[in-house]
Design a binder for this molecule. Structure first.
Ligand code: PLP
Length: 456
């Protein structure tokens, strides 16, 4: 190492601007090594990473030489040419991806989740121009969902704290209510999914179906609190979209490529999307890549008269031509298949949730535990009866206490002022029973520490 650890910390403080961070008084942590489920910091302390790189990304775990070798080989062979030209990794990855997405047919590659969603918005807007005489360009989004950091995706953001101070936003985006079962105004009922989805229909009727061309949802809301919609929700939403002519866009930036125990989260419901976006787990963070995947029907809307200057998808992405992303993504999928990681995700996900249910018996401040596969959350409340959220500093202290016990966990963070009270977990899909036990035990100890510290 050219610099000592102390020098690196000093240089980080001097030169690096970290995301979502108030730098006044900030002490950076620096990680230097990842192996399997574990990361090691610059002081040599190792942690069990229960957040796959912080934001649901390193799904197949750290240190995958097979992916690194495939990327290195591809880089030497042919690293880049702009996306108007074909390349072998993109072709082979696209074929494999589509084989896991019945009913879908075209893959458009870019670099980040935000960008993938921007493409989806542009597709909706352009179809409005090409097919609906300039109508139906508006997009519905759901409260508590997040779709990215650009001004376009922030215009479709259901999380107040992510939006604040960044307006004015793009016109043509409209919200509808969330799918939070724990706090649902409908209470427990057999047709909860249908009732919740009908709230979207109400929004459509208020805004006017002619204005709207699509709806975007996080299949399962991630950073907004680990919200898994009830049965019947997406089937009803699909019927409503068909009735009013809206394209259904599933943002699978978090859920996509295995996180919830199926290739895609929407595959838990009997629903056919029009557009699916994905990013984080696509190449497990070994290379940046995101995809906007559409049906053939959507693609065909852009098969216009070749002499028409406007009748094709006029989007461009410089780094959509990098071959590293698809090369890594292809091997990532092969690993998931060969190691049966979807099955493992389902089994370990239910073991994790069982562990959380036991924690709920012990700790009165746990209001709810929920999730699907290795996508899980613990909502902390001041009072179980009123469901009043715990104060944010207490939730923050939980993250710090778990880290002190060697387990990295996350929480809804800088998303809302009122609901930054859910601990979020997304261990890599390779997690074993003993990893899960270590995670649950670390969180258990953290609860005891925090309860003691705050006199709860
Ligand atoms: C559901 C969802 N969509 C989109 C994004 C944006 O992805 P990116 O940060 O790669 O632009 C995120 C990022 O956290 C996300 O969680």
């Amino acid at each position: 190492m050219a610099h000592t650890p102390e020098e690196l910390v000093a240089l980080d403080k001097k030169y690096v601007w970290h995301h979502l961070t108030q730098h006044k008084g900030f002490e950076p942590a620096i990680y230097v090594k990842g192996e399997g489920m574990r990361v090691t910091d610059i002081a040599g302390k190792t942690y069990l990473d229960a957040v796959s790189g912080g934001v649901w990304t390193v799904n197949v775990g750290y240190g995958r030489k097979e992916i690194v070798d495939a990327v290195a080989k591809q880089m030497l062979e042919f690293n880049y040419f702009a996306n108007g030209i074909g390349n072998i990794p993109t072709i082979e990855f696209s074929e494999k991806l589509i084989s896991k997405m019945p009913g879908m047919s075209r893959v458009y590659i870019s670099n980040s989740g935000s960008e993938a969603n921007e493409k989806a918005f542009k597709i909706v807007r352009q179809i409005g121009q090409l097919k609906h005489n300039g109508k139906k360009t508006g997009i519905l989004y759901r409260d508590r969902d997040y779709h990215g950091t650009t001004i376009g995706t922030l215009s479709a953001c259901g999380q107040f704290e992510r939006r604040v101070q960044y307006g004015p936003f793009a016109p043509g985006f409209y919200s509808f209510p969330d799918c939070d079962v724990y706090r649902s105004k409908f209470g427990p009922c057999a047709d909860l999914g249908v009732k919740m989805a009908r709230q979207m229909e109400e929004a459509i009727l208020n805004i006017g179906p002619d204005e709207l061309g699509g709806v975007i949802v996080e299949t399962m809301t991630a950073g907004g609190g680990i919200l898994v919609p009830p049965d019947g929700y997406y089937e009803t939403m699909r019927e409503i979209c068909d009735k009013y002519g809206l394209l259904m866009i599933f943002d699978e930036v978090v859920c996509g490529v295995g996180r919830t125990g199926k290739w895609f989260g929407y595959q838990y419901w009997n629903v056919q999307p029009d557009i699916v976006t994905m990013a984080k787990g696509v190449a497990s963070g070994y290379a940046p890549i995101s995809c906007t995947v559409t049906t053939e029907k959507v693609f065909e809307d852009f098969l216009g008269d070749p002499s028409d200057h406007d009748a094709y998808f006029r989007d461009i992405s410089t780094f959509g031509g990098c071959t590293s992303g698809p090369a890594a993504a292809l091997v990532n999928m092969e690993i998931i298949e060969r190691e049966h990681l979807l099955d493992n995700c389902v089994a370990m996900g239910s073991y994790l949730l069982d562990g959380f249910k036991e924690l709920k018996e012990k700790h009165a401040i746990i209001g709810d535990v929920r999730g699907r596969g290795l996508f899980a959350g613990i909502e902390i409340v001041k009072d179980r009866a009123t469901k009043e959220p715990i104060a944010e500093p207490i939730a923050n202290a939980m993250v710090g206490a778990a880290k002190a016990h060697g387990v990295l966990i996350g929480k809804t963070s800088r998303s809302f002022r009122e609901f930054n009270n859910t601990l979020t977990l997304c261990p890599a899909l390779i997690a074993t029973k003993s990893d899960i036990e270590e995670i649950v035990s670390g969180i258990d100890k953290a609860f005891y520490d925090v309860e003691k510290k705050f006199g709860l």
